[in-house]
Design a protein around this ligand. Sequence first.
Ligand SMILES: Cc1cc2nc3c(=O)[nH]c(=O)nc-3n(C[C@H](O)[C@H](O)[C@H](O)COP(=O)(O)O)c2cc1C
Length: 127
Amino acid sequence: MLQLIYVSTARNGDAIDLDNILATSRRNNRRDGITGLLHVKGRRFLQALEGDAGKVEAAYARIAGDPRHFALVILSRRSVTAREFGDWAMAADDGSGDVVAQVATLVEGAAPSVRGTFEGFAGLRAA
Ligand SMILES: Cc1cc2nc3c(=O)[nH]c(=O)nc-3n(C[C@H](O)[C@H](O)[C@H](O)COP(=O)(O)O)c2cc1C
């Protein structure tokens, strides 16, 4: 199984329609057996995708071609023997501070480096 983690930035000036991204992602990822986490903070996205390598690559290719964001940088690409994210989830920062605890729970089963990436990002101030 492949696990891929990237960061990106929402395109300037666009209101991000998270409900739309969430609905499409849930539908497609369920169909493709992809689990992971999309963490949204201000204009920044941090996403983990894991599952069958071909399916993950195909999803990433679609996501990378999405004009709603840009400057995608892959932070990590590793093969995993078991899923580290049991489900597919989105954690969006609503400014209340709860997202830090929410993300910590969602990455509980992930490798230390992956946990560190998400927990560090969750603790940042929105840019
Ligand atoms: C930040 C971000 C994360 C996304 N995550 C996913 C995802 O996990 N799975 C997915 O299928 N599409 C995701 N999308 C949407 C894709 O870019 C693309 O619009 C979608 O896969 C097209 O699906 P459709 O052909 O079923 O309409 C994401 C888009 C953005 C901007």
